[in-house]
Every structure is written in structure tokens, then in C-alpha cells.
Design a protein around this ligand. Structure first.
Ligand SMILES: [Ca+2]
Ligand SMILES: [Ca+2]
Length: 447
């Protein structure tokens, strides 16, 4: 998200030499989940669809981990706050975050009032934020410890975050009141304050600037988030952002603009993003293949194709299988179908998994040419509602060394390898992926 300069600079003077870059008590957010209603539909929805927010428009803040529904606005004795409200059982893996500002922010002081509602884990402020895997954090935990650390972008052990520890200090706090966390940045130097008292000093030059924000691995409330900088630094930031925006506008103007070419209706049989392109009827023009789906069992972990419609780019339906229903249009998962010249005869087929069978359909008509049962679902699957694999994403790989699908003697086209990626949504940890490789002989290996 790019921040517009003018929206961030408040002209009030913090001290004679400091100007506020940003201040927020979260009063602009309505009480309740920021991610309702979209977040309730499915955690992965923004993985598959562009949506600027899951509910409340959060600009100039954003949640950099879009499937995470941590943030809830509220009021306490007339004072507004933003709260991380979820139980987070994988603090070693990732951290709920809410960030604002601009990558060009440098040399600033960031502070917030923080009220942890639990002592079990940490809550704090982030600064010099580069990505959700690379930032500094000043946090408190356990009612007695303050910590300054850098989250490192590369993990040595899979799914276990590596931190560069920059310092700790003993502090004392409880869960009944707010405490001020503040960090002053000056080049690589940083000074961390707890309730106005300097508790940790460190110097680290891994990231010298970036956005700022809040984080918590426990339920915790935040308010009065303030970022300020000396006037000269603020002026440099303003100039840098203005120059960047000018260059961006110039680059955009120098490139062709998209133009609407064609438009047609997809009555009842449309589907979000769930489309493949290929010449199905052999007339040399691309056609579209659209699949509706019904998620089953749990969330969208087991998705079944319910209707498939082949349509040319004039909107004329070439063929259709299954029953269309507008309720089955939402896609938040991968779906097993592709257009591919499966036998190398120059005509495209449709390859899909439906009803536990891998099926090859004639591209022009949708008529089934071949079908075979899917292999057994792996015994070690956490959820195993079916004896047979129900299918997931499907990819054709040409491993022959030639470009494209060079037609060979009919029936001798090299057997393609089909990869299926099984995505499972965990209630608290986001996406877990396991990968299978299956040949058309039905053998399955785990990767
Ligand atoms: Ca065509
Ligand atoms: Ca073919």
C-alpha cells in the first residue's frame, strides 16, 4: 500500500524540534472486527481475489498478513483502542501485525500506549518495518520483561522465526492499565523507553527505515500511536516520497493503459477466478472454461467441481456439464481442471478431477474420453474424509526439453506428470501445504 504524503502529515508540533508524522487513537475505526464480513467467509479469500479490505477500510493502516483476523476496535471508558483479540498458538512462527506509514520513514520516534490483557506472551510496537518477515520490535512480556529484537527474514529451521536479540530489561507491569512503549531511532541507533524510562539502547543497521506499527501474540489493547521526527528529517521524508510518487506517475503515464475489449454475461454459471483459457473448439481462438465448486467437509479444504462451462470469447456457451448455481461461484482454493492437448494430436482436451476420478474430456464437446480412479488419500492426512484423493490443483509439465506440446505420433505423447498441491486451512495457523506428485498410473509419492 502506498501512502499519500498529505494524508500522513499532521502539522501539530510535538516539541520545538519534532513534528508529528502520524497520530492515531483508532477512533476512526467502528467498534468490532475490522475484518467482518469478508473474513468470516473464508480465511484465504484474499489469496484468490483482490479485495482492498476484509470489511473496514483500514487505510492508512494495513494488516500485512491478510488471512489473520486479529484486529478489533473498541472503547474503554470513552477511550478508543485497537485490540489483538485472538489466541495465537504459533508465536514462534509468525506475529499478528498492523502497520502504517511509508518505506521512506527514517529517523523517527514511535510510541504507543499498550495494555496487555495476558502475561503469557508479548505485545509491543514494530518499527523500521520492511516486510512482515523483517522488522524491529520493542515488546513486553510476562509482566516483567522488555525486549528489543530484529526479526530476521530467513529462517534456519522451517517455520521457526530467527531473531537477532538486541537487548532485554526488567520492567514491571500488570494487565489493568496502559503502559507507554517508545523507541527513538537515529540512524542505526535505537533507544527504547518503558513508561518514560530508558530501558534498552542498541545499534543495528540491518534496516535503517520503514513503516511502523503494533504487534501482539496475546490479546492486547493499543491506543495513542504516535510517530514523530525532527523537522529536517520530516522534510527529507516528504521530499523523498514526493519524488517517488512523481516518478511513479511518470512511469504509469509512459505505459499503455488497459482498455475494455469485450464483455459478456455469465448467467448462473460464472465463478470468481476459477477459469482456464485455451482453444477448446479448434477454431484457432482462445475459449474459456469456468468451473463452479462446492467446498465440503471443513472450510474449503475439500473442494468439488459442481458445474463446468465452456464458452467462447463472444460469450457463446460451447458445452456445459453439471448444474449451474450462482451460490457456487466463490473460490478460495485450488480446483483440479486444466485445458491441455493430452494426447498430442493438436486438439485440446479438458483434464479434471471430479467425483474421485481423473477424467479426460473432448475439448470441443465436453464428452468423456477417458477416466480413471484417483489414488487412495494418504493415510497420514490429518483429515481423511474419503478413501480416495478428491483432487486439488493440477499442473502439466513438459519435461521433454522441447518448447510447448510438440505433437508426436498419436498416442505416444510423453505421459505428463500431474502435480497436486493439497492446501489445508488450519484454524489458527493459516495455510499448511503438503505436496503430492501423482503420475497417470495412479502412483503417488510424497514430496
Ligand atoms: Ca476456440
Ligand atoms: Ca488432444
Amino acid at each position: 500500500m502506498r501512502i499519500i504524503l498529505s494524508s500522513l502529515f499532521v502539522l501539530s508540533v510535538a516539541t520545538p524540534s519534532q513534528v508529528e508524522l502520524f497520530r492515531d487513537d483508532f477512533s476512526k475505526f467502528p467498534p468490532g472486527w475490522l475484518s467482518k464480513p469478508v473474513g468470516l467467509l473464508n480465511g484465504a479469500i484474499q489469496e484468490y481475489h483482490y479485495l482492498p479490505s476484509r470489511g473496514v477500510a483500514t487505510f492508512p493502516w494495513y494488516n500485512p498478513i491478510t488471512h489473520n483476523d486479529s484486529w478489533v476496535a473498541g472503547d474503554e471508558d470513552g477511550k478508543t483502542y485497537l485490540e489483538q483479540h485472538l489466541l495465537h498458538d504459533q508465536p514462534e512462527r509468525w506475529q499478528p501485525l498492523f502497520v502504517t506509514g511509508d518505506p521512506l520513514w527514517t529517523g523517527y520516534t514511535v510510541s504507543a500506549q499498550v495494555r496487555p490483557l495476558s502475561l503469557a506472551e508479548s505485545a509491543g510496537i514494530v518499527f523500521r518495518y520492511h516486510t512482515n518477515r523483517h522488522y524491529y520490535v520493542f515488546s513486553i512480556s510476562g509482566g516483567r520483561k522488555a525486549r528489543l529484537a530484529l526479526r530476521l527474514p530467513v529462517e534456519q529451521k522451517i517455520r521457526v522465526v530467527d531473531w537477532k536479540e538486541l537487548g532485554t530489561a526488567e520492567v514491571s507491569y500488570d494487565i489493568k492499565q496502559y503502559h507507554e512503549l517508545k523507541v527513538e531511532n537515529d540512524g542505526p541507533k535505537m533507544r527504547a523507553y518503558f513508561d518514560g524510562k530508558l530501558v534498552i539502547e542498541a545499534s543495528d543497521g540491518d534496516i535503517l527505515g520503514g513503516r511502523a506499527g503494533i504487534t501482539a501474540n496475546i490479546p492486547a489493547r493499543f491506543t495513542d500511536f504516535v510517530v514523530s521526527a525532527p523537522e529536517a528529517v520530516a522534510q527529507r521524508i516528504r521530499s523523498g516520497i514526493a519524488a517517488r510518487e512523481k516518478e511513479l506517475a511518470s512511469l504509469r503515464a509512459a505505459n499503455p493503459q488497459p482498455k475494455l475489449w469485450k464483455k459478456f454475461d455469465t448467467p448462473k454459471w460464472g465463478a470468481g477466478r476459477n477459469v482456464r483459457f485455451g482453444d477448446l473448439d479448434g477454431d484457432g481462438r482462445l475459449d474459456m472454461l469456468i468451473a463452479q465448486n462446492i467446498p465440503k467437509v471443513r472450510g474449503d479444504a475439500f473442494d468439488h467441481i459442481s458445474c463446468m462451462t465452456a464458452v467462447n470469447l463472444d460469450g457463446r456457451v460451447l458445452w456445459q456439464i453439471g448444474r449451474p448455481d450462482p451460490r457456487n461461484t466463490l473460490l478460495t482454493n485450488d480446483t483440479p481442471f486444466q485445458i491441455h492437448d493430452f494426447d498430442g494430436d493438436g486438439k485440446n482436451e479438458v483434464v479434471m478431477v471430479k467425483d474421485f476420478q481423473i477424467q479426460v474430456l473432448e475439448g470441443a464437446t465436453g464428452k468423456t474420453l477417458k477416466r480413471a480412479w484417483m489414488p487412495p488419500a494418504p493415510a497420514e492426512n490429518r483429515d481423511r474424509p474419503y478413501e480416495l484423493n478428491s483432487g486439488d490443483s493440477m499442473i502439466f509439465l513438459n519435461l521433454s526439453g522441447s518448447c510447448g506440446a510438440a505433437p508426436g505420433r498419436r498416442g505416444t505423447f510423453p505421459t505428463p506428470t500431474i502435480s497436486t498441491v493439497t492446501a489445508r486451512m488450519s484454524s489458527s495457523s493459516g495455510l499448511r501445504c503438503g505436496t503430492r506428485r501423482a503420475s497417470t498410473s495412479g502412483r503417488t509419492t510424497r514430496r
